[in-house]
Design a protein around this ligand. Sequence first.
Ligand SMILES: NC(=O)c1ccc[n+]([C@@H]2O[C@H](COP(=O)([O-])OP(=O)(O)OC[C@H]3O[C@@H](n4cnc5c(N)ncnc54)[C@H](OP(=O)(O)O)[C@@H]3O)[C@@H](O)[C@H]2O)c1
Length: 342
Amino acid sequence: MSKTKAGIINVTGYAGVDLARLLYRHPSVELVSVTGRSAAGKKLAEVFPHLSEIDLTIEAELGKVDIVFSAMPHKESAEEIMPLVKQGIKVVDISADFRLKEAEKYPEWYGFTHPAPELLGKAVYGLPELYRSQVASAQLVANPGCYSTSAILALAPVAKEGLIESGIIVDSKSGVSGAGRTLSMPTHFSEANEDVAAYALGGHRHLPEIIQEVGRLRPGWSPSITFVPHLIPMTRGILSTCYCQLAGGGAKDEKEIRQLYQDFYRDEPFVRVVDAPPHTKHTSGNNLCLLYPVLDPKTGRLIVISCLDNLVKGAAGQAIQNMNLMLGLPETDGLETISVYP
Ligand SMILES: NC(=O)c1ccc[n+]([C@@H]2O[C@H](COP(=O)([O-])OP(=O)(O)OC[C@H]3O[C@@H](n4cnc5c(N)ncnc54)[C@H](OP(=O)(O)O)[C@@H]3O)[C@@H](O)[C@H]2O)c1
């Protein structure tokens, strides 16, 4: 059987290049076209020697494909995608351009007026654990943000069951690849190494997405969420610690909460409820999200620790998971990797 032809728009960013790495091993999909701006005309292996097995030239324009991933920066991504959607091509957008359902949020959070608000209703939020059947029949999938994936998966079981109060705190730590490959002062080695700092205290762009999706789990509920991201000196990985007050004075004990999480994610190939606080190293290079729910015995507060690789479950891996669903392929195809350790 012939393979489905896939393309990557902007292979030269971190999300794009990790997509190429993962697609190389995919049994039913062939990467046939990759684009880039400044690297157009160069061999992929010349720009990324670790991809020497893939014989492709980076092009300025996308070739003929059946499905495309856009790993463009926000705003530019929507512009690239609009004509492809019109042509009927299946698209997974790794940028934030189709994640928010309300067009008015784009000027507020991303600083631009959305060029295709009519597509926001058509796009499916690509978190398979919550929207599997919708993703399977979608033409346009909005791949979730990396921080957002870690927070939403951590909160979904208790939010859906109405077991937590509205005031939620999400405290996240991210490695520097989360900021992308473009050079910037905070990610210089000498700035980030041996340093930890919070940022975006005025409101990180993933906050409206987390509020939107946690709120959608319980119609009529508007969660109030404080999200504080931190940049830490590692390359890959996100660890989010979520703090919530149990509703109704703590009606459930820890065993019941753990059971709820186990049941909620029982059939999920990429979410594991683990028995000890997870490490980002346990997810490095794989598509897993590891969750550790625990009750603080002194306050009765629920703490859920969540970790994943920002470039895999937080970007390229989740995009391939979505592609598999859109193409009717086994969801785990191309993603059965074990983390790199140590
Ligand atoms: N990094 C993550 O952990 C992560 C996770 C989830 C989602 N995302 C999303 O994925 C997308 C890509 O992120 P990334 O981190 O992979 O980015 P990145 O590494 O910062 O990508 C930078 C690349 O984008 C190209 N570029 C920048 N502006 C461009 C423009 N206006 N037109 C065309 N090319 C442009 C640059 O190419 P030239 O060198 O040729 O200029 C550069 O190679 C973003 O929308 C981001 O929000 C990233």
